[in-house]
Design a protein around this ligand. Structure first.
Ligand code: UDP
Length: 418
């Protein structure tokens, strides 16, 4: 992780000095972030830079992770699925595992959480910690990263009982806000442009990465990087690719790994491998959780990046690809809509047929792809770099400390690049 100064070139001097000014009033403030995994998935990807940068700004920031056994992760994955609208049941036995694991984690974390000035609880997994820390002295914020626009009502009903006591909650876009009695804020995620995942890399390294995985680079490469999760629709991507390659040559990369808090990855991976079987142009890569440079190289090697999610909180993989100047064909879902503007930074699609059509259209007009890619990169620079994200966190903390009680929206309005 680089210090804040390193971002002056890429994000601008003003953006960085603004952060220092805001942070002046927060010096020494104790901030604790809590989530359920240190590796894998977008939340860990964000906390890896957010916590050190808060420290760099003089805040006393730290990151804690709730731990549980397999049953617990199965339950929290069911929560995740239910909140994103997939039919699930939550029998009392599962609720008991969830609550008991929260109690065990509370024993360990209570001293640091009760002392903190601000606690940010990420996603549903650690949500019950609030009621288990009765002597809390700070403000507690529930940061929801998932698409909760159409939750299974019973699942949301239960979770609501755990989050309604928070001082505020944060969502990635307005569509996800819920009926809750506390202030709700909108803060979109962002990427670290200097991380191993997103920094510039030599073209030789890109070629070597393709060679390592036996991927030809004399035809267009289409890539989706994702956890193996059914909401990411890897099977839909394979279907689209099969339709495309009826008339055009191309290679498909489906690259992904697991997250320690996602127990369903292995089953989805098996399904994907089965669907890809016998097609030498489909490369299913199971990557270790620290393969950031490999992902960087694969995204840069791609002609088009796809993120055909059916539900998506935000989709950092979309931002990452756009930053690398790639047009993105994205599922018309959740936070992808904040990033992909039809015909400008990519295309939104609703089916494998739609994805195939857009892939074909782009591949036939490479000059269009270049313009779109450039627009995409510029759009990320203006809206989805970590400086904007951090600024909104600092503003939120200052606002909460001043005791703002109105329903507020954070200060972003993403410009449509059209
Ligand atoms: N990612 C990764 N390895 C993988 C798959 C994904 O490092 O095998 C990263 C990806 O580059 C992105 C994050 O994990 O930074 C996924 O975030 P996103 O918001 O796209 O989806 P989530 O997994 O949080 O649903």
């Amino acid at each position: 992780m680089k210090g804040l100064k390193a971002y002056e070139d890429v994000a601008g001097l003003v953006a960085v000095s603004q952060l220092r000014q805001l942070a002046d009033d927060l010096e020494g403030t104790k901030v604790v972030h809590v989530n359920s995994t240190r590796v894998g998935g977008g939340v860990a990807e964000i906390l890896v830079w957010l916590v050190p940068l808060m420290q760099d700004l003089g805040l006393d920031a730290s990151w804690e992770v709730v731990e549980g056994k397999e049953d617990y992760y199965k339950t929290t994955k069911a929560f995740h699925n239910g909140l994103q609208g997939k039919p699930v049941t939550l029998p009392p036995s599962k609720i008991e595992v969830y609550e008991e694991t929260a109690r065990q984690n509370a024993e360990r974390l209570r001293p640091i959480l009760e002392e903190a000035d601000f606690v940010f609880i990420h996603d549903p997994q650690p949500a019950p910690l609030l009621e288990l820390c009765p002597k809390r002295k700070g403000k507690w914020v529930w940061r929801c990263h998932i698409d909760v626009s159409h939750p299974v009502r019973k699942v949301w009903g239960y979770l609501k009982s755990k989050v309604s006591g928070y001082d505020a909650s944060i969502y990635s876009m307005p569509d996800f806000a819920q009926s809750l009695e506390h202030p709700q804020f909108i803060i979109a995620p962002s990427i670290d442009p200097l991380s191993e995942k997103n920094c510039d890399i030599p073209s030789r390294e890109i070629e070597e990465t393709l060679e390592r995985y036996g991927i030809p680079n004399d035809v267009p490469i289409i890539t989706q990087v994702s956890r193996f999760d059914s909401f990411k629709d890897p099977i839909g991507v394979i279907e689209a690719f099969q339709m495309l390659t009826e008339t055009m040559e191309a290679e498909l990369i489906l690259a992904g790994g697991g997250a320690t808090d996602d127990p369903e990855g292995a089953a989805v991976l098996e399904e994907v491998q089965e669907a890809a079987q016998g097609n030498p142009h489909i490369h299913v890569l199971l990557l270790p959780s620290d393969a950031h440079r490999t992902i960087n190289a694969l995204q840069r090697a791609s002609t088009i990046v796809v993120q055909k999610s059916l539900q998506e909180g935000f989709g950092l993989t979309v931002t990452e690809a756009m930053w690398k100047g790639k047009p993105v064909i994205g599922g018309n879902a959740g936070g992808i809509r904040l990033q992909v503007f039809n015909h400008h930074t990519g295309f939104l699609v609703n089916s494998p047929e739609g994805a195939a059509l857009r892939m074909r259209e782009l591949l036939r007009r490479p000059e269009r792809m270049d313009v779109m890619g450039e627009t995409a990169r510029q759009f990320v620079r203006e809206n989805f770099l970590l400086t904007r994200h951090l600024r909104e966190y600092l503003t939120l903390m200052l606002g909460l400390r001043l005791g703002l009680s109105d329903r507020l929206m954070a200060d972003q309005s993403y410009e449509n690049p059209q």
